[in-house]
Design a protein around this ligand. Structure first.
Ligand code: IPT
Length: 941
């Protein structure tokens, strides 16, 4: 019946002209102990993580997802952040940058399956771990089946699930798996875990449900394998390189990184496998990229593939993005969430991307990988420094042999001869392994119309193009390689390029060579269709792009990227990024012309049968200098006469927070509905005249601070606390900031009259709830204690007055300038004075505008750079056309460059930068501030 329905839907799609590829029709998702299957076809799931909420520019989602697909990923894993969509109970927004329908459509168009991860809890170093801050005021432990929390998370699930449901593979969409909760192994509330799944099923989720277990393959897979809470396909998170990027030379400090087999009836699933790192030690993301670079990827990913036989991989992160607005979880990250990922925050491809491409193309091309069992290694090295591990496909006999160092920490290069009992015969072949490298070698494989006996080169990809097999094999530059192919009779061998020795004995053609640039060998006859063998190095292999067309696959080299390809008549059209220089395409003989984007590229045919031409270099990009800064100081709230009568009275005497207040009234910002960004407090008291000191305590999350005025006189600042309950300065050692003691200067008090304490408190974001104990997550923000002698104080509080409908709940806090629109591009700043470099304590705004007209048809991501040394005495909130794109300052993190993403940035118009600078003391402001580009290519983006 299901089959019939599927056939019907296929026909319907054909009739309606729906595109081919992922999601053209309804499909069935099943699985067994080896792999997932779509309509019975085995699939190696190669996924990487992407957070749309960290790229507030829907037009760039397509760019990133196309880059994923072009690296051989066939899936994207997506957290959905509840906090990003919901400013308050009952209010949800799925429009504009929050349009997840568009996101899922885009994923499908890019040809990617989706692992949908709506939490409710997601962690992800995002504010509250994805829980909206209003959940802090909901009674009952978060991440449990407590009724208050249950009502809250069901509200979210019933909004997000129906959107996900209509994009499932089973309805012709891309969603192939649904991830319930996140690393919930530390908790034992099975009813909660079960309810998430019951809600999902009730909302129409019918793809397999998965969850990601952390650290020590926990409860939901084993203890709870059959009971309430158990999911269908649990997976495991692995971060073998840790998060200490300052020491990128370390090698697996957190273990071998081998994904455990959790159950016998499901595939091995690496649900989150480390592909970058948070920058815990402020080393900068380039170091994180080094820590998790190509060497790590080669060794750990290949080891995992062959040793555990995993067929489901999801790499965290494929693209990290930006903690714009108040999205960051303050204790782990700063504005950039680049993550040292394969694709940088500014969407640039790195050497890590090349390695993903080499591995991803292999997984996609070599089908027997989807069903393997471990075997005793058939290939013995004669050098004990090297070792081999192997698996084989039980149906085809294809062997996969992993060659690596016996000592995983070894750094030297070792040669060996492998004595390999391959399915088609025994051979002695040379291998060379550098330290911290690994190779997956294949034997007994039907490579298209060829029979690969074995090779000591790795397979990148192969394709049937114009009636012949074209295969790309590769190895470390300078290392020896041997490839043996089987023929019915002696074939003709023509070495078109490079130094390759060929020998035919019995039925085997043996090719010996050194991996060097790109050798080309054409083999014809021998009872098989022709083979063009391309033998490259890691580097030359990475230069190849593969794309499908209606006329079969094509291979391309010399472009920066290939997004898609199509053939019409004699013309191959590429949607590609180019940077000038030679381009080569391997397409069928019918193809005689090449068109890249809107340009015809003249081509000639090579002896390899390929076409070569040249692409034009992109036009240079000229950026304006940022001049004509205007400024205006604010903080009228500090003045005693400021009218705060419309502010919210902060007069609660109780709170549901698990952290009891130290003084009353309760001053926790969340309790008054102010959840994100800065908050102002004004405390009125009738002075006795004897008060000498104001004692305050504020909790802000890491890197936060607060500033204090009395009757308009600035008293100073203090660092905000990170723990609500250790603020007692009298019990040393007190490791925690938070408490601040401010002496009342002589002559400032007005005895018998109204006196006003004004306090500006930063809220750096909300703690996550990783261990699900509520204490971290429900830690308050804002003032947690305030006293001036024993004199009673009556308080008012003001934060962000409402949610910006375009930019969402996390864009703004309650600075005066934010409340009056000084960050917005339309704000008339003509009356502001020319900015001076010297800043007074308090908040000063700086604004400037600039025009851009970037060359059309090019992608040149623009950034804002702060030169000079940042001072710990100021912090800067950066607004681009009203969008809060980040924070800069000596205490904020190592970041100096901020991405200004296209979409928020008008690449052909006027843009406004507004900086809100909060200074703790008189200080020279930030600068020099310049625009720069991260890259420049011609594109069809
Ligand atoms: C794992 C989380 O699931 C993910 O959300 C993110 O926080 C990641 O870590 C780190 O960047 S938790 C890890 C301790 C396995």
């Amino acid at each position: 019946m299901r089959r019939l329905l599927a056939v019907f839907l296929v026909l319907l799609c054909v009739l309606l002209g729906a595109p081919a590829g992922v999601g053209a029709a309804a499909h069935e998702v099943t699985y067994d102990r080896y792999s997932l299957k779509v309509d019975g076809e085995r699939l190696v799931l190669q996924s990487a993580e992407f957070h749309y909420f960290r790229l507030p520019s829907p037009e760039l989602w397509r760019d990133v997802l196309e880059k994923f697909r072009a690296a051989g990923f066939n899936a994207v894993s997506i957290y959905f952040s509840w906090a990003y969509h919901s400013p308050k109970p009952g209010v949800y927004d799925f429009t504009g940058v929050r349009d997840v329908d568009r996101l899922l459509r885009t994923a499908r168009q890019a040809g990617l399956y989706v692992i949908a991860r709506p939490g409710p809890y997601i962690n992800a170093e995002s504010t509250g771990g994805g829980l909206p801050a209003w959940v802090k005021t909901v009674p009952g432990r978060a991440r449990s089946s407590a009724p208050g929390y249950r009502a809250a998370y069901r509200e979210w699930l019933h909004r997000i699930n129906p959107i996900i449901a209509r994009h499932q593979v089973t309805r012709g969409g891309p969603v192939i798996l649904y991830n319930a909760e996140n690393e919930y192994q530390v908790n034992t509330d099975a009813a909660y875990m079960q309810d998430i799944q019951d809600q999902a099923r009730a909302d129409g989720i019918d793809v397999p449900i998965t969850t990601n277990d952390c650290c020590d393959a926990g409860s939901w897979s084993s203890t709870w394998a059959t009971g309430p809470g158990a999911v269908q396909i649990p997976g495991v998170d692995d971060y073998p390189q840790s998060f200490e990027c300052a020491d990128p030379g370390v090698w697996g400090p957190w273990g071998e990184g081998l994904t455990e087999r959790l159950r016998d009836d499901i595939p091995v699933f690496a649900a989150e496998y480390q592909a970058g790192a948070i920058d815990l030690g402020n080393a900068g993301y380039d170091k994180c990229r080094e820590l998790t670079g190509p060497a790590y990827m080669k060794y750990f990913y290949k080891n995992n593939l062959v040793t555990t036989g995993a067929t489901m991989f999801s790499y965290y992160m494929g693209y990290g993005g930006t903690n714009w607005g108040w999205l960051a979880q303050p204790n782990d990250v700063y504005t950039s969430y680049d993550y040292g990922a394969a694709i940088t925050e500014a969407r640039q491809l790195t050497p890590k991307y090349d390695e993903f491409k080499r591995q991803g193309y292999f997984l996609e091309a070599v089908a027997p990988l989807a069903k393997t069992e471990p075997i005793t290694s058939p290939a013995a090295p004669d050098n004990p420094a090297l070792t081999t591990t192997a698996r084989a496909n039980p149906d085809t006999g294809t062997q996969f042999v992993l060659v690596k160092h016996a000592d995983r920490a070894a750094t030297g290069t070792d040669d060996a001869t492998l004595d390999w009992a391959a399915p088609d015969g025994r051979h002695r072949v040379p291998v060379r392994v550098r330290g911290r490298d690994a190779h997956v070698l294949v034997a007994g494989y039907d490579l298209g119309g060829q029979r690969l006996v074995l090779s000591t080169s790795e397979i990148m990809t192969h394709a049937l193009i114009g009636g012949r097999d074209v295969a790309v094999l590769y190895g470390t530059a300078g290392s020896p390689g041997a490839t043996i192919l089987r023929y019915g009779s002696r074939p003709a061998v023509k070495v078109l390029e490079g130094d390759v020795r060929a020998e035919f004995t019995g039925s085997d053609l043996r090719l010996d060579y050194t991996h060097d640039r790109l050798a080309r060998v054409l083999v014809t006859g021998g009872g098989r269709r022709p083979l063009l063998l391309l033998l490259g190095t890691d580097e030359t292999a990475a230069g190849f792009w593969r794309a499908g067309t209606g006329a079969g696959p094509v291979l391309v080299r010399g472009t920066e990227l290939v997004r898609s390809a199509s053939v019409s008549g004699e013309t191959l059209r590429l949607a590609a990024d180019t940077a000038g220089g030679p381009v080569e395409v391997f397409a069928g003989p019918a193809v005689r012309r090449l068109r890249i984007g809107a340009e015809d590229v003249p081509v000639t045919r090579t002896p390899s049968g390929s076409l070569v031409g040249a692409t034009r270099a992109p036009e240079p990009v000229r950026l304006p200098a940022l001049t004509a800064w205007r400024s205006r100081a604010e903080a009228p709230e500090a003045a005693p006469g400021f009218d705060d009568s419309r502010w919210t009275a902060a007069d609660h005497t109780t709170t549901i927070s698990p952290h009891p207040p130290k003084t009353l009234p309760v001053l926790y910002a969340d309790d008054y509905g102010y959840h994100y960004g800065n908050v102002w407090y004004r405390g009125h008291f009738t002075a006795a005249g004897s008060e000498t000191r104001i004692d305050l305590n504020a909790v802000t999350g890491l890197r936060g601070n607060y500033l204090v005025w009395l009757n308009g006189r600035y008293l100073g600042s203090a660092a905000g606390g990170v723990e609500a309950d250790s603020g007692d300065a009298s019990t040393p050692p007190n490791p925690d900031p938070g408490p601040g003691h401010f002496d009342v200067p002589p002559g400032v008090l007005r005895p018998g009259a109204d006196n006003v304490i004004s306090v500006l408190v930063a809220n750096m974001g909300h703690n996550d709830d990783w261990i699900a104990d509520d204490l971290r997550f429900k830690q308050p923000r804002g003032l947690v204690a305030a006293s001036v002698g024993g004199t009673p104080i009556s308080w008012r509080i003001q934060g962000s007055p409402g949610t910006d409908p375009l930019r969402g709940p996390l864009n703004n806090g309650g600075l005066y300038g934010e409340r009056t629109g000084w960050h917005l591009p339309t704000y008339p700043d003509k009356s502001w004075k020319t900015a001076s470099a010297e800043l007074a304590p308090g908040v000063t705004w700086l604004r400037t505008a600039f025009r851009l007209d970037l060359p059309k048809g090019q992608d040149a991501p623009v950034g804002l750079r702060f030169g000079g040394e940042p001072s710990p005495a100021y912090r800067v909130q950066i607004f681009l056309n009203g969008w809060n794109v980040g924070q800069y300052g000596g205490d904020i993190g190592p970041q100096r460059d901020f991405v200004l993403p296209a979409g928020l940035l008008d690449e052909h118009g006027t843009n406004t930068i507004a900086l809100a600078v909060t200074a703790e003391q008189p200080v020279t402001g930030p600068g020099p501030i310049t625009l720069f580009t991260y890259g420049n290519v011609r594109t069809t983006r």
